[in-house]
Design a protein around this ligand. Structure first.
Ligand code: HEC
Length: 113
């Protein structure tokens, strides 16, 4: 091998090693969104009507409505999930579940735009 090819090889190997790192944030986001969806399905659907279902007096608004309100950003959702919120006092999520639910809400918001 010509000596000048060595740095090129190094660069290629380095690029190959770094590639999975570059791809992982997006993948991690998708995984968080999926986990968030599971949390919502398990803990939140008793009260929040599903998208497209009729909102009745004894049910809480669908998330499509909640995320479309002005000012609903990451900070708002994070603060909301941290606070005890009447009448949602009976649910307790782990911090990682709250983080996943926030990702799911933001993803829903993005999909609606
Ligand atoms: C016991 C019933 C109940 C459960 C369970 C419940 N919610 Fe709610 N939630 C409500 C009601 C009722 C409201 C509307 C309160 C209001 O308008 O002040 C609400 C409102 C919200 C809002 C928006 C409030 C606003 O100001 O727009 C968010 C976000 C929310 N819930 C998230 C969740 C998440 C996430 C879960 C599951 C971890 C959950 N809720 C589970 C009853 C519930």
């Amino acid at each position: 091998m010509a000596p000048s090819a060595v740095p090129t090889m190094r660069a290629l190997i380095l690029a190959a090693l770094l590639m999975p790192l570059a791809a992982s944030p997006a993948l991690a986001d998708r995984a968080a969104v999926k986990r968030g969806q599971k949390v919502v399905d398990e803990w939140c659907r008793d009260c929040h009507v599903r998208e497209g279902a009729k909102l009745t007096a004894d049910m809480a608004p669908p998330y499509s409505m909640i995320v479309s309100i002005e000012g609903r950003d990451r900070a708002w959702f994070e603060a909301f999930l941290e606070a005890d919120h009447f009448p949602m006092t009976t649910f307790r999520l782990f911090d990682h579940e709250k983080a996943d639910v926030v990702e799911w809400l933001l993803d829903l918001q993005k999909r609606q735009k």
